[in-house]
Write a protein that binds this ligand. Structure first.
Ligand SMILES: Nc1ncnc2c1ncn2[C@@H]1O[C@H](COP(=O)(O)OP(=O)(O)OP(=O)(O)O)[C@@H](O)[C@H]1O
Length: 296
């Protein structure tokens, strides 16, 4: 049984089609990034997964149950963008309260340690920084030891160091077959932390693959080198070369198969200098996959 099964969901807000017919199956144990620009529909899709937004069409199952049933049984934990913490309670009290709502929760000290809150346990939540508040939200999301964890832009308020610590905690949580799905605009975050990247653009899933596959689909690779005074003729006829650019003293060959291109390049007898093979950054892949911008 899949951890998450989204089948043909759609949601409109007046004239805006926030999500148009999206389907997604996530097996247990995967860490999935939902990547897309502002307004792409990520929060709407996540809201439908959590039962917070009613789809106009289609359905969602979490471990074979409706989102409401899964939430009632403590199978799903969530960190969403809205919501204030109760300011006059300590971190330990807030997390302990949430933990007490679940049938099979994690030991409180373990939750605090995982979220990096051990030293802040006695601090009142109204006196926390933005990053510390995010850690409390994370602790609340995992306190019930849910099998599925859903996070909507969880690192939005965090600096680089806090981000790194946060992702280490998520990876630890995902160990042992738990499923994590998170929304992000941060390409490097999807690349570094997910097994699979689902790209959403203008309410549609436009790509669903590993980060490496997304880069490959969006642009292939380039083989770049200097030819000196030798003429750059016949290079477009080499096997697997899809385009040739000459400029700035360099020749750039575009290809999906750089190994074949390099082998055939050396067999031409040309003197090749400063050869390098490059892969486009995930950022470039993302821009070309989501070309067209947000839905409204
Ligand atoms: N409650 C609502 N009422 C009206 N329009 C809405 C509502 N919620 C979302 N939308 C619109 O639906 C579209 C998708 O929004 P959504 O918040 O799902 O995108 P997102 O990818 O999560 O964006 P962001 O990264 O900025 O959070 C946007 O055009 C947004 O303005």
């Amino acid at each position: 049984m899949d951890a998450i099964n989204v089948e043909g969901v759609a949601k409109r807000y007046g004239p805006v089609r926030a999500i148009e017919h999206a389907s997604l199956r996530v097996p247990a144990g995967q860490v999935v990034a939902v990547l897309g620009p502002n307004g792409a529909g990520k929060s709407t899709l996540i809201g439908m997964m959590l039962g917070l937004v009613a789809p106009d069409a289609g359905q969602v199952e979490l471990l074979g149950q409706t989102p409401a049933e899964a939430a009632a049984r403590g199978l799903v934990g969530a960190m969403i963008q809205q919501g204030e913490l109760v300011p006059n309670l300590t971190v330990r009290e807030v997390v302990g309260f949430v933990r007490g709502l679940y049938p099979e929760s994690m030991p409180l000290d373990e939750v605090l340690e995982l979220a990096g809150l051990t030293d802040l346990a006695r601090r009142r939540t109204g006196r926390l920084s933005g990053g510390q508040t995010q850690r409390v939200r994370f602790a609340m999301a995992v306190a019930g030891a849910p099998r599925i964890l859903v996070l909507d832009e969880p690192t939005a308020a965090l600096d680089v160091e806090a981000r790194r610590a946060f992702w280490m905690a998520i990876r630890r949580y995902a160990e042992g077959g738990r499923t994590v799905l998170f929304a992000t605009h941060h390409l490097e975050e999807a690349d570094e932390n997910a097994d699979r990247v689902v790209v959403v653009s203008r309410g549609r899933i436009v790509a669903d693959a590993t980060p490496a596959e997304i880069k490959r689909r969006a642009g292939g690779r380039t083989v770049r080198f200097r030819l000196g005074d030798q003429p750059a003729v016949g290079l477009e006829g080499l096997p697997q070369v899809t385009a040739v650019e000459v400029g700035g003293g360099f020749v750039t060959l575009h290809t999906a198969d750089p190994d074949t291109v390099v082998a055939s390049l050396y067999s031409t007898g040309l003197t090749i200098r400063d050869l390098e093979i490059t892969t486009p950054a995930l950022e470039d892949a993302f821009i070309s996959l989501t070309a067209g911008g947000p839905a409204c």
